[in-house]
Design a protein around this ligand. Structure first.
Ligand SMILES: O=C(O)CCC(=O)C1=CC=C[C@@H](O)[C@@H]1C(=O)O
Ligand SMILES: [Mg+2]
Length: 368
């Protein structure tokens, strides 16, 4: 298999409502879509999940464009490869920039599956024909606003609620949610808003039977998380701190967490995501698939990886309509009673809607 042409598109899409976390709030989503063609004319798609501001991690869609244009596309274009696993080896001279790497690696995986006439899920080794999904709810203006959203998403069938927390919007809010919804599967994501000195405060969360607390401490930490996990009953889940299988190994050896959130972009692509999945599975560490407010293309990749056996916990891959008036794929990703059914078409299984893509495209460039 050989890529003969790659097109980058810079898209700008407005979400239905702002999404607020401990690090900031945003409503306009700017990102890169990557379309790749192989020597047989098969087309594969990838999405960069980097935001427009480096607040989740150090990457942005502009740094991704630079990496793709100046290093990653030239490293791959017209190179003969047998399997997508070889892509990371071709990129090994370039440090980090995982979201940029994942953008093009995802398109290669899509083509790899299409060449064999199988789904991306099957190409990855996934056997499940449906996946369980939860939903992530940003910080709201009032607790009542939050309650109404939970009410709505519970009635739509989502299998677990994730609530964003930060100092001043944490223990009291979770207490009220638990009083109103004593039995829902519930978790909290802090996006690194706390320090180890907050340990006594965080331990108060132990009384609410949370499935986990996600990334409470610094975004690059695994040492303090291990200290926290030793003192907290609630399982710690790592998101921002995990960029690779090596990070996973070290975090698990230290006891920094009991659960891993796998985001394909954050770990540099599907090959590394699968390795982390397999490593965790051998050690009985459950994983789930995190979200980055993706358009349909990124969403489709998330759906595919979530079919692997150790994605035991519901992920953040909500339906397209959660964020978008109109998504850029057909059919859109739909959630039925908390499940997404895996599409049967080869590759990512959803068709890019070129009209809609065009409508949101700000800039486009082709490489061959
Ligand atoms: O619905 C989604 O795509 C998940 C949204 C979500 O929780 C997150 C998106 C982007 C950055 C973070 O705030 C975050 C997360 O940390 O998991
Ligand atoms: Mg998170």
């Amino acid at each position: 298999m050989r890529l003969t042409e790659v097109t980058l598109r810079h898209l700008k899409m407005r979400m239905k409502a702002p999404f607020t976390t401990s690090f900031g709030s945003f409503q306009d989503k700017e990102f890169i879509l990557l379309e790749a063609k192989d020597e047989q004319g098969n087309i594969g798609w990838g999405e960069s999940v980097a935001f427009d501001t480096p607040w989740y991690n150090e990457e942005t869609f502009k740094t991704n464009w630079h990496m793709l244009e100046d290093y990653l596309i030239p490293a791959l274009l017209n190179k003969e490869i047998e399997h997508p696993d070889e892509v990371s080896a071709l990129f090994s001279a370039y440090r980090k920039n995982n979201m940029a790497k994942s953008t093009v690696e995802g398109a290669v995986w899509d083509i790899f599956a299409k060449r064999q006439g199988i789904t991306l899920a099957e190409a990855l080794g996934g056997k499940n024909d449906k996946i369980e999904v939860g939903i992530s709810i940003g910080i709201q203006e009032t607790v009542e606003d939050l309650m109404q959203l939970i009410e709505r998403y519970v009635s739509e069938g989502y299998k677990r609620m994730k609530i964003k927390i930060k100092p001043g919007w944490d223990v009291d809010v979770i207490r009220q949610v638990r009083e109103r919804f004593p039995n829902i599967p519930l978790m909290a994501d802090a996006n690194s808003a706390y320090r180890l000195t907050d340990i006594d405060h965080l331990k108060q969360l132990d009384e609410f039977n949370l499935m986990m607390i996600e990334q409470p401490l610094a975004s690059d930490d695994i040492v303090d998380h291990a200290k926290l996990q030793r003192e907290m009953k609630t399982p710690v889940c790592l998101d921002e701190s995990i960029h690779s299988l090596e990070d996973t190994r070290k975090a698990l050896e230290l006891g920094s967490c009991k659960i891993i959130n796998i985001k394909i972009g954050r770990v540099g692509g599907l090959t590394e995501a699968k390795k982390i999945h397999d490593y965790c599975m051998e050690r009985d560490i459950p994983v789930w698939c995190g979200g980055m407010l993706e358009s349909g293309i990124g969403r489709a990749h998330n759906v595919a990886i979530t079919t692997l056996d150790n994605f035991i916990l519901p992920g953040d891959t909500a339906g397209s309509s959660r964020y978008w008036e109109k998504d850029i794929i057909t059919p859109e990703v739909v959630v039925n009673d908390g499940y997404i059914y895996i599409p049967e078409e080869p590759g990512i299984g959803y068709k890019p809607d070129m009209e809609t893509i065009k409508q949101f495209t700000v800039n486009e460039k082709r490489y061959c």
